[in-house]
Design a binder for this molecule. Structure first.
Ligand code: DAH
Length: 354
């Protein structure tokens, strides 16, 4: 490997080996044997030090040319090979959309339908629209202010533990988040009213919510809620209780009723949890309702004056009530779905039933 002739031979050998390589793996092996640490070019390079300056310069130049020529050949072939491999892969994964399935012309066609959760959301909206509510929506990405601050949940408030939050890496840490409930839409509506839309407000706000919960039979990390808000003159707790009862019988049927139990939410005072008759045992007591005959559905209460203050509504003039509950939970109770995870598994045999 000391003169120009050897180098020409070497380039020829490389050219033959490169042309014979048919896969990414083979071309990589060719690269190792012709340009790697143990290749003849590398070895000759190591021997340069022993030559006199003139010969060293001459051979050095030749080795450099040889190496670049061989590397170019290898790169060119590598590109060809990866193109071939990609084309082969594309042909193999081709789907024939014009394929004719025997019998498909005579079989009754099955049309898709809305997912059970969408159907439930529509049904709930219908009930509330029938009672005089409007339907509103808000963003799923919120700032801390809308999801917590304006709802009377300042930073480090212990009640934040009720909502395990997904924060987004946007802006200052923990300022932007995926909403943990639909209650922030109340704040948007009240701000719009103050900015010009005017009061009163009678609205329901359905939508998707997110919590860092492990999925189980009764929880999903991405789920749906429907929020209700009434702000008007002379609204009382009796209006709230009556609204919940009318909704319950309208949605679940005449033998399912509601009851309110004292609870705590930072944005309502007083606050309550609302429960409905267990849809499995119809109130007799069973495993699902822990023998109580009742199942908790959501939270509610009278809008806390601190929330009115946050949006600039005069709480001496206006009062209101709010409620919020899970849409998926409603679907689960009405259709007796043992495990809520079935709603997101996309098993067509399950979905087709509804
Ligand atoms: N946002 C609450 C939650 O997700 C539910 C709730 C409770 C909504 C009371 C309300 C309310 O509007 O008044 O846990």
């Amino acid at each position: 490997m000391s003169d120009a002739v050897d180098i020409e031979v070497l380039i020829d050998q490389a050219r033959t080996a490169v042309a014979a390589a048919g896969s990414t793996e083979e071309i990589s092996q060719v690269a190792v044997s012709f340009t790697g640490k143990k290749s003849p070019v590398a070895e000759a390079h190591r021997g340069l030090g022993a030559l006199d300056p003139e010969a060293r310069k001459e051979l050095g130049r030749l080795l450099h040319t040889a190496r670049t020529t061989i590397e170019e050949l290898i790169e060119q072939r590598r590109t060809e090979i990866s193109f071939d491999e990609l084309s082969r892969e594309m042909v193999a994964s081709k789907i024939d959309l014009s394929e004719f399935v025997p019998g498909s012309l005579t079989a009754p066609s099955s049309r898709g339908h809305l997912h059970l959760v969408s159907q439930t959301r529509d049904a709930l909206e219908d009930v509330f629209v029938g009672m005089g509510f409007e339907v509103a929506e808000g963003p799923e990405i919120e700032t801390d202010w809308f999801n917590f601050g304006a709802l009377n949940i300042p930073p480090a408030h212990p009640a934040r533990g009720m909502w395990d939050t997904f924060y987004l890496s946007l802006g200052e840490p923990e300022t932007t988040l995926l909403r943990t409930h639909t209650s922030p839409v109340q704040i948007h509506l009240m701000e719009e009213a103050v900015l010009g839309g005017g009061l009163p407000i009678h609205a329901v706000m359905p939508g998707r919510c997110y919590r860092r919960d492990t999925p189980d039979a009764r929880h999903l990390p991405v789920f749906h809620q429907i929020e209700g808000l009434v702000v008007d003159k002379g609204i009382t707790f009796a209006d709230l209780a009556g609204t919940i009862e009318v909704f319950t019988t309208a949605y679940f049927g005449p033998d399912i009723h509601s009851r309110l139990r004292p609870a705590y939410f930072p944005f309502t005072e007083p606050s309550a949890e609302f429960e409905v008759t267990c849809t499995i045992c119809h109130g007799d007591g069973c495993r699902t309702c822990s023998q109580t005959g009742w199942i908790e559905l959501g939270g509610c209460g009278m809008v806390d004056p601190a929330v009115f203050d946050a949006v600039g509504i005069d709480s001496d003039e206006w009062t209101g009530f709010a409620f919020g509950f899970g849409i998926d939970r409603c679907a689960q109770m009405r259709h007796q779905i043992a495990d809520m995870r079935a709603l997101i598994e996309n098993d067509i045999r399950f979905l087709r039933q509804f």
